[in-house]
Design a protein around this ligand. Structure first.
Ligand code: 5AD
Ligand code: SF4
Length: 444
């Protein structure tokens, strides 16, 4: 590769989960430290970081078409320097380097703290790949956070040891690790100083987080949440994504004890049938899952429940799929995500017998989503007529309109004289399938 002009501006394009959004922000901060600035909306960037997701679909193929559009001047006038980051980089780094000569850097999710170094090499014309997994080192060498936003993500845990048979995460993100308590409190303080009023704790198995508090006591996620709740200025705490097997009494209890902990729980189940759960290596049964949800509802009756589902896992029969519908009918989720099974290379399920035809999956997904939509609309309607706090996150589509989130993570839009970051009392006057319209009361 020829030496390249040092880039002055960058754009990070993050795909997939919230952890990627967090990583994308932190890569941006690193590049800022290097003297680059974020390209403005609509402007060409000198460096484009594609922060990829490998969880479903032919994500890798999408990367090649994105690279193609960037180099052929279809996305922006001038072809930028390109870095591929995220889970596709981790899983297929060498292949990307071989197939896409326009790519200067390939960097895995555990190695992006070394991006500045790689950038120096790329400028000198040296292509660089780094897909090492020294998990903790990354956080230690990232710059202090300076972002300004009323809502912030904070990665507390990474990786997964569960090895569900359909999932690439244990391979791309590595083993479960927890960031140290004091680092997290420190990062949360910085986020609050720069305007965060809500922090969402992130982890592939966030409730597997464990650490030692200031007094050296072993604590789980509930202990961390209690400590965060004591920080001045932090008004809302959320966490995602949890695994049923890592749920403990203290975390359930925290939902009844910590005022700042929002009444929302994302607890994926994937299927409503025990045989399918076993084939998925989920290591929990439908019954345990339902009992867990009951315990959350007992301490926090208004809790909004959310989940993830996969339809068409290899061997799933019509009757087994109907068990998933039954589970949805029983739980009445406030919101949920559902996906068609997508074989991921290298995972056990990809080579299992009984792969399901696309049309069958399409049909099942549609039926499942219809029920989830029905319940989401019903949940939204159940809040109409109530007054609740809304944290203002951004301007709406129309002039004078604002958008924010209710405690139950619903989008609420309303008109009024407010600013981003205000916590406002809003009367929820009308419920739609995906959002609520509000009328403003007071501001704080
Ligand atoms: N196919 C379809 N969905 C998947 N998920 C993970 N792996 C796959 C796959 N191979 C879904 C699960 C998980 C969510 C993040 O993505 O529902 O909870
Ligand atoms: Fe993937 Fe299962 Fe780990 Fe979730 S718990 S990241 S679905 S292997």
């Amino acid at each position: 590769m020829k030496p390249q002009t040092p880039p002055k501006t960058y754009r990070v394009k993050s795909f997939g989960c919230q952890m990627n959004v967090y990583d994308g922000e932190r890569m941006g901060e690193l590049l800022n430290e290097q003297g680059l600035s974020q390209a403005r909306e609509g402007e060409d960037a000198d460096l484009v970081v594609l922060n990829t997701c490998h969880i479903r679909e032919k994500a890798a193929e999408k990367i090649y078409s994105d690279i193609g559009r960037l180099t052929k001047g279809k996305t922006q006038k001038k072809a930028p320097m390109i870095a591929v980051a995220g889970c596709v980089a981790q899983a297929e780094g060498e292949e990307i380097m071989a197939r896409a000569p326009a790519v200067s850097m390939v960097v895995g999710p555990q190695a992006y703290h070394r991006l500045p170094n790689m950038l120096d090499k790329a400028v000198q014309g040296e292509r660089a790949t780094d897909t090492d997994m020294p998990a903790i080192a990354k956080f230690d060498s990232l710059p202090v956070r300076k972002r300004r936003s009323p809502t912030a993500f904070l990665t507390v845990q990474e990786g997964c040891d569960k090895f569900c048979t359909y999932c690439v995460v244990p391979y791309t993100r590595g083993a479960e690790i927890s960031r140290p308590f004091s680092d997290l409190i420190g990062e949360a303080r910085k986020l609050i100083e720069t305007g965060a009023r809500e922090i969402t704790l992130l982890g592939q198995n966030v409730n597997a987080w464990s650490g030692e508090d200031e007094a050296g006591r072993a604590v789980g996620l509930a202990g961390l949440i209690h400590a965060l709740a004591r920080l001045d200025g932090l008004e809302r705490i959320r966490y995602t994504t949890s695994h049923p097997n890592d749920m403990d009494d203290a975390l359930i209890a925290a939902h009844g004890e910590v005022e700042q902990l929002m009444p929302y729980l994302h607890l994926p189940v994937q299927s409503g049938n025990d045989r399918v759960l076993k084939a998925m290596n989920r290591s929990h049964k439908v019954e345990n899952y339902l009992r867990l949800l009951e315990r959350f509802r007992a301490v926090r009756p208004d809790i909004a429940l959310s989940g993830d589902f996969i339809v068409g896992f290899p061997g799933e029969t019509e009757a087994e799929f109907e068990d998933t519908l039954k589970l949805v009918d029983e739980v009445r989720y406030a919101q949920a995500y559902s996906f068609k099974y997508s074989p991921r290379p290298g995972t056990p399920a990809a080579t299992m017998d009984g792969q399901i035809a696309k049309e069958v999956m399409d049909d099942r997904l549609q039926r499942l989503q219809a029920r989830i939509d029905r319940d989401q609309f019903a949940f939204n309607k159940s809040k109409a007529g109530q007054t609740t706090s809304v944290l203002v996150e951004r301007k709406g589509k129309h002039p004078g309109q604002w958008l924010g989130k209710s405690p139950w993570l619903q989008s609420v839009w309303f008109e009024g004289n407010v600013a981003i970051g205000d916590m406002v009392e809003v009367n929820l006057v009308e419920a739609g399938p995906n959002s609520l319209r509000g009328e403003i009361g007071g501001t704080s």
